[in-house]
Design a protein around this ligand. Structure first.
Ligand code: NAD
Length: 502
């Protein structure tokens, strides 16, 4: 059998039970059908039905929120080293089922195997990283004055809602859920309706690992139905959301009545700036990787190339020949570099930007066309001769779609780089150290890599500025969101107290 045929045979074995039973919600440790019936999840490879999915409504969210509320006191009070042990068991089971998770993820999302096999393991890494921090999550400070000893501690905020998108859904879900559990919060997870499969696997794994019932609850459903109900529920104290900026605005409005704390990881239109003194071969590899890996459906993708005019012609020529060589194909084929886009609606959105690019007057230098007539495959696309005011240079396309602009000097590069509503990441390629420091200091972005692509180090803060987000994940920053600070002042003696009415 070919590599692909072997992969498909294994996938078929894993999917059989979902075809029979559907993808159910998991509330308070129980399999629960959706109060709203079912919706379908289809593969972007050939539009075939993967499974019916429980369509959760406000009633399911209410049940899940109540289960999370009931489970909260015991989970929050559990000693950190016990929570640590459970989270490590979850990581063990993720590793043991990494192949199954990756196969399901590829089929459900269209993401290529070469990236998803690593993303499943990164999910385990997220659990291990936060597991090790669980015993110290409550640690605080001692802030003495002459009269008082101030002692701070942290307490988990309560049951939280986690709402995730469809791009690399497994990895992103673990990135939000692991710190919440490590902090002592209980969780209601509402995954994206386009990619429900791996969230079900995660919930099953967590229970198999010994997570008590009600600590992690899974409710599938539509954003405006189950998602909205979660953001409005009075028992849910905070919402950790990953998705589009305009959905973030809606969630903020929906959560206003119950004063929700929110943490938003939103969209991006991230610049990669290539100066003429850079190592061009390495810059080229990074530029290509950071927009065409993960089908370009990646919040941190460098979707705007800013290249210095002195090297633009040469760099574009190198770029076009490599882009035309990228292998678009079946996501489970280990040789594939780009799989199909998640869904017809998203395919229509991405391809509409090809038309918009033409209308704006930019030059299509590569791709832009559909591949085959089944599934949502598109050739990796490159527009050159773009200007910063064009829609393809301003709006998040979220596909394998790169817009290239040229600049004369550093100040023009900075003005272009900062000219969008977003500010998630930035990438700078130069061998001039002083310029790299000056430029990164002035660049409006939450995360910047110099002479590198997006290489994550979990203790560092992850998040964006402007329309790209609110708050940070990673290391202790995650606990800042999922926990409340408490300060207690102990009087050390007989300090003077004003005596009113004496
Ligand atoms: P989306 O905003 O459409 O959906 C995300 C989630 O929100 C889904 O689960 C959806 O059902 C839910 N939702 C939709 N409407 C809702 C509502 N009114 N109330 C509550 N929940 C609601 O995003 P998407 O299309 O699934 O994902 C792509 C977007 O996610 C892109 O903009 C991308 O940049 C962003 N993203 C950001 C990061 C980051 O870390 N900054 C990471 C990954 C993806």
């Amino acid at each position: 059998m070919s590599d692909l045929a072997t992969q498909l045979a294994k996938l078929d074995g894993h999917l059989a039970r979902f075809r029979d039973k559907g993808i159910l919600n998991l509330i308070d440790g129980q399999d629960v059908p959706g109060a709203g019936g079912v919706f379908e999840t289809n593969s972007p490879v050939d539009e075939s039905l993967i499974a019916p999915v429980a369509r959760g409504t406000a009633a399911d969210i209410d049940r899940a929120a109540k289960a999370a509320k009931a489970a909260f006191p015991a989970w929050a009070a559990m000693p950190g080293d016990q929570r640590k042990a459970i989270l490590h068991r979850i990581a063990d089971l993720i590793e043991a089922r990494a192949e199954e998770i990756a196969l399901c993820e590829c089929w459900d999302t269209g993401q290529a195997w070469r990236f998803m096999s690593k993303a499943a393991l990164r999910g385990a890494e997220n659990f291990r990283f936060f597991a090790d921090l669980a015993p110290s999550a409550r640690d605080g400070q001692s802030l003495p004055t002459r009269d008082h000893l101030n002692v701070t501690t942290r307490k988990p905020i309560g049951p939280v809602g986690v709402i995730t998108p469809w791009n690399t859904p497994f990895m992103l879900s673990t990135w939000k859920i692991a710190p919440a559990l490590a902090a002592g919060c209980t969780v209601v997870h509402k995954p994206a309706e386009f990619s429900p499969l791996s969230a079900r696997l995660l919930a099953e794994i967590c229970h198999e690992a010994g997570l008590p019932p009600g600590v992690l609850n899974l409710v599938n459903g539509l954003g405006e139905e189950a998602g909205k109900a979660l953001t409005e529920h009075p028992d849910i104290k905070a919402i950790a959301f990953v998705g589009e900026s305009r959905t973030g605005s809606m969630i903020m409005r929906q959560g206003a009545e119950t004063l929700k704390r929110v943490h938003f990881e939103l969209g991006g239109k991230n610049p990669v700036v290539v100066f003429d003194d850079a190592d061009l071969e390495r810059a080229l590899d990074a530029v290509i990787f950071m927009i065409y890996s993960l089908n370009g459906e990646r919040c941190t993708s460098s979707s705007r190339l800013l290249v210095q005019d002195t090297i633009a012609e040469k760099f574009h020529a190198m770029l076009v020949s490599r882009v035309n060589n990228i292998k678009v194909g079946h996501p489970l084929d280990p040789a594939t570099e780009i799989g199909p886009l998640i869904h017809k609606t998203h395919f229509d959105k991405v391809t509409s930007y090809v038309e918009i690019g033409h209308q704006d007057g930019a030059s299509l230098a590569a791709g832009g066309n559909r591949v085959g007539d089944k599934g949502w495959f598109i050739r990796p696309t490159l527009f050159t001769n773009a200007r910063s005011d064009m829609r393809i240079a301003q709006e998040e396309v979220f596909g394998p779609f790169l817009t290239s602009l040229t600049f004369k000097d550093e100040s023009e590069a900075l003005a272009i780089a900062n000219s969008t509503a977003y500010g998630l990441t930035g990438y700078i390629w130069t061998n001039d150290l002083t310029r790299a420091m000056r430029f990164s200091d002035a660049l409006e972005a939450g995360m910047i890599w110099v002479n590198s692509e997006n290489v994550r180090h979990l203790p560092t803060p992850f998040g964006g500025v402007k329309a790209s987000g609110i708050g940070r994940d990673g290391g202790d920053w995650s606990f800042e969101f999922y926990m409340e600070q408490k300060n207690t002042a102990f009087a050390l003696g007989q300090h003077k107290i004003q005596r009113l009415g004496a």
